[in-house]
Every structure is written in structure tokens, then in C-alpha cells.
Design a protein around this ligand. Sequence first.
Ligand code: F1P
Length: 289
Amino acid sequence: HVARELASQPDCWQRAADLADGAAGQLPAAGERIAVVGCGTSYFMAQAYAALREGSGQGETDAFAASEFPVGRRYDRIVALSRSGTTTEVLGLLAQLRGTTRRTVVIGDPDSPMATTADDTVVLGFADEKSVVQTRFATTALTLLRAQLGLHTDAVVEDAQVALAEPLPAGLVECSQFTFLGRGWSVGLANEAALKMREAALAWSEAYPAMEYRHGPISISTHSTATWMLGDAPTGLSDEVHATGARWVAGGLDPLAELVRVQRLALAIAASRGLDPDRPRHLTRSVIL
Ligand code: F1P
């Protein structure tokens, strides 16, 4: 499933972008103070969205893992992201905040419990997935939110097509450790890239804000490390990484399209290790306590 689902991302992103104007009434208005929550992949998309929204001057935006939401804090609106609409921490939080603040959920399944617990729902049924390992639902939800902020362009969809068509950088499958770096909104994408490598390929992967990598984590870098920058790199960082003997990977694509390349790498590594990415170890499609 996951190979087919990840290949459909350009189409799904286009559909989400087309939907953004129509969904504007359910999504935060400029000036609202909001929090975005989710678990796992959905949390990392929340991080990316929060940085995009705050950075575009459309309102204070915090991202939290749903389990770590500071319940005493007041927001105009809570936006929850969840493919399944059943994840315990998100559902529990939406229920707990009932009546205190406006709650919006972006979900894959309109019949899920979250749909009835939230005040507003945006259903991206066309991007829902069969797989355990999330790819297109998460990136499509982020594309919808990005488009609603006025930050999506056709070039992003074209970059995703390039990310699917171009060969992966040679030699990466042999690396023993993968570090993903981001800046601003791509920090969340770097976290998601590292999670894909763990979930689909059982690969040792880490993620950091790019400049933070210099403050300790670089000490584990070796000639068998691949360090992959999502988005523009801070000046000088690639030289520091090269000096450790590690592979430096940086593409000119939109960071969300770079994530598609990482998803492909995760599947390639899974194949090289004899793993079935549709049966990831110790994972279920939705984590319910
Ligand atoms: C969240 C999630 C996924 C993860 C795994 C377990 O699901 O943590 O990100 O890949 O499948 O569930 P959801 O709330 O978005 O449905």
C-alpha cells in the first residue's frame, strides 16, 4: 500500500490545494491564537504548520504532541490532525476541551469519533490510506493548511513529481545512520523524515534544527552517516558535516517534496533489508490505549 500511496502525493496535494478556499470557513482565520495538535506523524505536521502560520504573520501558533497539551492555556482554536480520527490522546483532548474553546479536526475518516467530538471538520477522504506508515495523508493535510495560508504554489506539486521520478542519490542505501536537518517549518518535516526511516526501514535516524546539529549531535557523525538537509542550509554547515566524513545531501526541491524523496529512500532501505513496509514492526494503524 505505502508505495502506491506515496506515489499519489502530487495528485492529492493538487486536490487539497483546490479545496483550500472552500475549507477556509472551518480553518483558523488570520489573527486567531491557535494550537495545533497530533500524535506521531500528525504531530510533526502540526510543527511544520505552526512554523508556517506564525512565520507568515497570520497569528500566534503553537504545536504540541496531543499528550503534552498545556490544558490551562487559552487558545481561540485548537486544530487537531489525525488520519484515523481515533488516536486516544487527540480524541481525549478534544473531548476535554469541549465547550472551552473552538475545536477543528482535519481527518481522513468522516465516520470517526473525532468527527463528532470536534466543532468543525475538514475531511480529506481522498488522501486516506490503507497503510500503517503514513505518507500521503499527512503531507496532504499540511498542503491544505499551507494553501489556506496562501503559501502553496503549483511549483510544489511539480517538485513532488520530480521527487518521484528522479533516481535517489547513489550510495545512500548503504549508510548506517541518517540525520535529517530542518529550519523553520522544515524542522517538523525533518522529524517526520526520521520517523519514516524508523517505521518503514527500522533504520537509525535522528532529526534536529539545522544549527542545533552543531551543538553535540555531530559528534556521532562518521563516514557511514548520511546528513540530509530539508530546505536551505545555514552557511558553512555542509563544510562542517563534510569534515566528519559523512555524506551531505541537499536538494533544491521544496522541503515537502524532499520529504517524498526520503519516503522513497525508506522504502528502498526496507527492500534492501528484506522488510515489508506494509507490516512495520510493533506498529498499528492507529494507536488506541
Ligand atoms: C498517528 C500515528 C501515526 C503513526 C502510527 C500510529 O495516527 O501516530 O502517525 O504512523 O501509524 O499512529 P493518526 O492520529 O494520524 O491517525
